[in-house]
Design a protein around this ligand. Sequence first.
Ligand code: SF4
Length: 294
Amino acid sequence: MTQEDRSVAGANTEEGPNAYGAAREAIAAQEREEARIAAEADTSLRAPLYEIFTSIQGEALFAGFQQIFIRFCGCDLGCPWCDTPEAQHDPPAEVWCQARPGVRGFSIANPAGIDEVLGAVKRILKHDEEGAIHSIALTGGEPLMHADYVSALAATLRPLDLPIMLETNGQRPDDLQKVLGMIDWVAADYKLDSSMGRPLDDDARREFLRLAQYKRAFVKIVVTDQATEEELEEVYAQIASVDPACPVFIQPVTPSGGARPPGGLELIRFRALAMKRLRDVRVMPQIHKVLGLK
Ligand code: SF4
């Protein structure tokens, strides 16, 4: 449990002494569970990574915060407009690591061991004298293709007391279950059938979001100029059936692989449609691209 969690739980004290006791017990139970998972974690596992670096998060709820990104190789979706196609290829022989933004870095062997990744993360934190780094993002590719590793890695990273966010395409509920105990945030990146050129598994997505609610979660929906109101309404209904208050970000695609974003007026319409069912919906492009960052 991170410092952030403890302060959020502490905010409940306004509700009185009983609420305070319940919050304290919930925190203690969570910490016992984390200790159990950490004790059982297999830290000898290895996984194919692409890179480890720090930059400004450019998407959704954490946009504008500086994070440490641990990028996994491999993805089970293969979006035509993927903005990290390099992570879909065969893993590189070494994982490129950057200790400070804009400064040439170092590398670790691939597939990467958990202790080596922890060492790379600590090296980044050592240069963060200002305490500017907000959190750690486990991203891809699709990290949940390596769920046992993600769980063990997150257990190893928890003593650093930084929130851990999982960025995922939101299609692997069974694997999410394996890692939920060790992460703080789930960022589910929804794709639309129109932009994929094939139907995705709605049941898997709904189950995924249901499980993600055990932690804090939000959804990004990437839209291209092929997006239709009908398919968006279906996705909005799926999210609303799990949690109408779940933060949702409509993210116009950054032009790539022939994909183009919808026009501004369409985006306003897409958001208005969402507000019929959902309470917290924002339109937001990828700001790291605007900033010229990774
Ligand atoms: S889910 Fe993400 S990483 Fe995978 S192909 Fe699509 S955009 Fe790329």
